[in-house]
Design a binder for this molecule. Structure first.
Ligand SMILES: Nc1ncnc2c1ncn2[C@@H]1O[C@H](COP(=O)(O)OP(=O)(O)OP(=O)(O)O)[C@@H](O)[C@H]1O
Ligand SMILES: [Mg+2]
Length: 303
């Protein structure tokens, strides 16, 4: 009777925590920290995803489901693999020679890493916006119409007019709809033929979002889209991201914790070495993280 209780309590003891030279707590990642149940279908399901750059193992066994029509924030210290993971979602890593990807990513249940996937079509469905605004050195209108013209969805110009298939009206409608969708229409409606490079940084970034919307994507990937912007332009982008989630699946990398807490529905925390350490409801991650390292990171103790 008296002998069994002592062995059981020994197993329940908390592991002693130590820290690395970077001040990071050493801990074992628990599977349940990345289990996140949500209602509705997953837009993306990544399973055992690994990425190497040459011999450098940048992402380790990432398994995560990303719900549709919501905002998922990816946070973590510099170099932990956030951009690498984001690029896996529309196979942009294919363009990096040194990169090797193993594992699975499904979009609406279909493997995107199988042979025969049309990458142009994939990137049309999964659009992206980069850290620095990168409009084409063309007019505002041409920036929006570029993708649909390239994909043959709208035909304008002399030849189209001669053939009686001029889509000018549809183009006008598209340009306005996308600029409204990116909360930019009011500011540029009277200068659609001006060069986009004459816009402010915040306007250029919203133009890039409008350009991404123009090909009718299902997902928009954003890699620190507001990091080069002032607070007012940043708050416009944040409002916009929340609005976009009504129609699109948004996956956003940010270094700004307040921004992640404000705009995302769920948050995935990557930590040093390319590990997904915790994933869950944004409120839970920020108010009650399960991992000590995540808590330390969020409260600014390292990273
Ligand atoms: N094109 C590349 N070639 C070689 N190594 C790369 C390349 N891109 C990223 N890496 C390496 O992979 C790791 C993850 O990089 P990644 O850019 O994904 O991190 P990140 O979390 O986005 O960082 P940051 O917050 O600084 O943008 C780093 O060690 C980085 O040096
Ligand atoms: Mg990055």
């Amino acid at each position: 009777m008296s002998d069994s209780s002592t062995t059981e309590t020994a197993e329940d003891e908390q592991p002693t925590t130590t820290t690395t030279t970077a001040g990071e707590t050493v801990e074992e990642v628990q599977d349940e920290w990345i289990e996140y149940d949500f209602d509705g279908p997953a837009k993306f399901s990544a399973t055992d995803l690994n990425v190497w750059y040459g011999d450098d193992h940048a992402l380790h066994d990432i398994t995560i489901d990303i719900p549709e029509n919501s905002v998922t924030a990816l946070i973590g210290p510099s170099g932990c693999g956030k951009s690498t993971f984001l690029r896996c979602l529309n196979r942009m890593n294919d363009r990096i020679k040194a990169a090797r990807v193993e594992g699975s990513v499904e979009l609406d249940g279909e493997e995107i890493y199988q042979e025969g996937v049309d990458l142009v079509e994939l990137r049309k469905r999964v659009g992206q916006v980069f850290q620095s605004p990168n409009p084409f050195p063309k007019s505002i209108r041409d920036n929006i119409a570029y993708g649909p013209r390239k994909h043959g969805d709208i035909n304008t110009g002399l030849l189209a007019r001669l053939l009686g298939g001029d889509d000018r009206e549809r183009e006008e409608e598209l340009v306005e709809r996308c600029l409204r969708g990116a909360a930019l229409w009011e500011e540029v409606s009277d200068r659609l033929d001006d060069n986009a490079l004459g816009l402010s940084g915040g306007q250029q970034q919203r133009l890039c979002i409008a350009r991404a919307l123009a090909v009718d994507p299902e997902v928009i990937l954003m890699d620190e889209p507001a990091s080069a912007l002032d607070p007012i332009a940043t708050s416009k982008i944040e409002d916009l991201v929340e609005d976009l989630a009504e129609e699109y699946t948004v996956v956003i990398v940010t270094h700004n914790m307040q921004q992640a807490a404000r705009i995302s529905d769920q948050t995935a925390v990557f930590l040093t070495g390319g590990h997904l350490v915790e994933y869950g409801d944004t409120d839970q991650i920020f108010e009650n993280p399960q991992s000590q390292r995540v808590e330390d990171y969020i409260t600014g103790k390292f990273g």
